[in-house]
Design a protein around this ligand. Structure first.
Ligand code: SF4
Ligand code: SF4
Ligand code: SF4
Length: 307
């Protein structure tokens, strides 16, 4: 009797913890495409739940998706809002590898880590993970990503399954968790560097003061600052030299940058900005020597024929 009561209480607790936003989110296709006007499916679900977004703003779900939300909310089925896009056959992203310059902008835009590549290396799409969200297309500076329809005449939920939606949601959540870990790690590194630099500066001031002839003559602040600047310049110089050597070694092995000879100034600026972002996040170490991707351990699948 006691165990039956306990089981019953457990069910009630779990049921009560599911919010309306959870229920709305469960009905969304999870392509994370942002076409609804929100950063991902979850924020849209929350907006629908509190009534700040309408339930007809998700083109990947199509009219079937609107009907599912209408049933949950007890409202009539209304047409998709054309301002958010149209219902269409589901596409997959295909990269023309002969044009790819390896800038990684598409990888950074992909909400489900479906793109495999490394800086200045050719990139490719892992079909099984691609949700057809289009988000990689716009950032590509050389227009080498095509969205190829792969579901014939089937559109919306007829072209997408519950299992695919669950998988896409999981991949998106994993990516968000990874990005949060990387941000935390980068912040921790910056804090550690600041702490070390501050300790070194204090030590330098102490040494300088102790070695000054008259005990009551403080070391000039400019001298300490000059020393710190000189050290910084030496470190940067050494890093640049190491980078030059590494580039030369890679080029000698035929593993240097691909298709980077004829990029425009605009494209180069985008590549530089992407690299600067990675450096700020502290995630570029060994990127050139060991091609990796967040989804590198996912199984590669046969590619879609080029259009
Ligand atoms: S699939 Fe796209 S449009 Fe639909 S809720 Fe998710 S992010 Fe919004
Ligand atoms: S590869 Fe492109 S279209 Fe496919 S999920 Fe990633 S960003 Fe979206
Ligand atoms: S954005 Fe375009 S050029 Fe850059 S890595 Fe992706 S496919 Fe290649």
């Amino acid at each position: 009797m006691a165990s039956a009561l306990s089981a019953s209480l457990t069910v009630v607790t779990v049921t009560d913890s599911i919010t309306l936003a959870d229920r709305v989110e469960d009905l969304l296709p999870q392509t994370q495409c942002t076409k609804c006007g929100y950063a991902a499916c979850r924020p849209y679900a929350e907006a629908v739940a509190v009534g700040t977004a309408n339930y007809n703003q998700c083109p990947p779900g199509g009219i079937e998706g609107v009907a599912r939300l209408a049933a949950l909310l007890g409202k009539p089925v209304i047409p998709l809002n054309p301002a958010n896009g149209v219902e269409r056959p589901r596409p997959l992203a295909v990269i023309d590898e002969s044009l790819c310059i390896g800038c990684t902008l598409c990888m950074q835009a992909c909400p489900v880590d479906a793109i495999l590549g490394a800086p200045k290396q050719m990139h490719t799409v892992i079909e099984a993970l691609c949700t057809g969200c289009d988000l990689c297309v716009a950032p590509c500076p050389v227009d080498c990503i095509a969205m190829v329809p792969v579901t014939g005449a089937a559109t919306g939920w007829d072209a997408w399954t519950e299992a695919q939606a669950r998988a896409a949601r999981e991949h998106h959540d994993q990516r968000e968790a990874r990005l949060a870990r990387e941000r935390d790690a980068a912040e921790a590194r910056v804090a550690a560097r600041r702490a070390a630099s501050s300790t070194a500066s204090e030590a330098a001031v102490a040494v300088s003061a102790a070695s000054a002839a008259p005990a009551d003559t403080p070391a000039p602040a400019a001298t300490v600052a000059d020393d710190a600047d000189a050290r910084k310049r030496a470190i940067i110089q050494a890093a640049l030299e190491r980078a030059r050597q590494k580039k030369a070694e890679l080029a000698a092995k035929g593993a240097g940058p691909q298709n980077t000879e004829r990029v425009s100034a605009d494209v180069q600026a985008q590549i530089d900005a992407a690299q600067a972002r990675r450096r700020r996040l502290g995630i570029e170490e060994n990127a050139e020597s060991a091609p990796t991707s967040p989804a590198a351990d996912a199984p590669a699948t046969p590619r879609v024929p080029k259009p």
